[in-house]
Design a protein around this ligand. Structure first.
Ligand SMILES: Cc1ncc(COP(=O)(O)O)c(C=O)c1O
Length: 395
């Protein structure tokens, strides 16, 4: 066998199939509207770009320390103190090629083969595959639409076993937009101490929250809890910097040092120029973020209202991130006839919507949640209006 078991066990991204098909249709001249994107449609703010240009002009174009430059680590420390009420030292911070690499390094650092990782679903696609890559075992915890997809401590405790090593929390959540309740998170933090479990807190959508939702960084609860937490964050979503590839992690020195070892032998430092730009993102003017958040909020309200008007669709108002996650199980139960076949799953429904309405979106099955669709509202209001009208018409 040419390919290793480790790689053969990893599933290719389902979402890529839809995205590739949408691109092909666009190249054929079709007016495809995309609600598939996992990134802001805004440009990176000018003040951040300017810092990158200065870095190039000043020759800041060489290798840096593998785990990132001190200047950016200090900016991250300041941000975590100011926004999240938690204090770290530079030895407790690593900067990587996006939050994705931080997650990958952290899972590989913490998990031995056979260790169990608790993963609330619906969940972002890469967690499951990264856990499998570490030869650990994902243990899913299903959150429900009836509870606004919020994770309950009792559900976590039910799944804990002697093999449980790690819990992954992603709040605000991709794909549901759920922001977990501070009271519930405090109970979950107690479970981490009681059962000696580590927790990856993926806070990448932290700045994108709406209405009265409140984001709690559980590492701020106590010194003991902080010892169990690895905070994962980055500039991709908040500052419209997905292409710059800068993410960071904060956690106990021993774990960060393990993560740095992996990075030192794989990718080395993240891009030097992007690191300089990220200092400006974290310490420079913040009003550009608020302008983006307000635009997302307007689109969110519009999208949810329109989705709920479609027969057979029910959609919660997401409290964070930039995705709507409508329940379409009634439509699947009815079974639309298409090409001589009844559509009874979210992948086929997404494909039908792409082919017939020329709107790209992601099936819930990609997030371990059959019966749902994910629509990104990181698209212009004009496209949202047109795309939803097309979906409404064919459904
Ligand atoms: C929940 C979540 N975590 C992490 C990431 C990865 O972020 P980055 O672009 O910084 O690697 C994403 C991107 O889609 C995400 O949705």
């Amino acid at each position: 066998m040419t390919i290793s078991d480790r790689v053969r066990n990893i599933n290719p991204s389902q979402t890529l199939a839809i995205t590739a098909q949408a691109l092909k249709m666009k190249r054929e001249g079709k007016k495809v509207i995309s609600f598939a994107a996992g990134e802001p449609d805004f440009d990176t703010p000018e003040n951040i770009k300017k810092e990158a240009i200065s870095a190039i002009k000043n020759g800041f174009t060489k290798y840096t320390a593998s785990s990132g430059i001190i200047e950016l680590k200090e900016a991250i420390i300041e941000k975590l103190k100011k926004d999240n009420y938690v204090e770290y030292k530079t030895s407790e911070i690593i900067i990587s090629n996006g939050a994705k690499q931080c997650l990958f390094n952290a899972i590989l650092t913490l998990c031995n083969p056979g260790d169990e990782v608790l993963l609330p679903t619906p969940c972002w696609v890469s967690y499951t595959e990264q856990i499998k890559f570490a030869q650990a075992v994902p243990i899913f915890i299903k959150t429900n639409q009836e509870e606004d997809f919020k994770l309950l401590a009792a559900q976590v405790e039910e799944k804990i076993s002697p093999r449980t090593k790690l819990l992954i929390l992603n709040s605000p959540n991709n794909p549901t937009g759920a922001v977990y309740e501070p009271e519930e998170l405090k109970k979950i933090a107690q479970l981490l101490l009681k059962y000696n479990i580590y927790c990856l807190c993926d806070e990448i959508y932290e700045k994108l929250i709406y209405d009265n939702a409140e984001h709690l960084t559980i590492a701020s609860l106590s010194k003991e809890v902080k010892e169990k937490i690895i905070i994962i964050n980055g500039v991709s979503k908040s500052y419209a910097m997905t292409g710059w590839r800068i993410g960071y992690a904060a956690g106990p020195e021993e774990i960060i040092s393990g993560m740095s070892k992996i990075q030192g032998h794989s990718t080395s430092n993240p891009n030097s120029i992007a690191q300089k730009a990220s200092v400006e993102a974290l310490l420079g003017r913040q009003d550009t973020i608020e302008a983006m958040r307000k635009a997302f909020d307007e689109r969110r309200k519009y999208m949810v209202e329109r989705l709920n008007k479609i027969e057979g669709v029910s959609c919660l108002a997401p409290s964070g991130a930039f995705y709507a996650f409508p329940n379409v199980s009634k439509i699947l139960k009815k079974g639309i006839e298409y090409n001589g076949k009844k559509i009874d799953n979210s992948f086929d429904l997404s494909n039908f919507i792409l082919q017939e309405a020329e709107v790209a979106l992601i099936p819930g099955s990609a997030f371990e949640a059959e019966g749902y669709l994910r629509l990104s509202y990181a698209a212009s209001l004009e496209d949202i209006k047109e795309g939803l009208s097309r979906i409404e018409n064919i459904l």
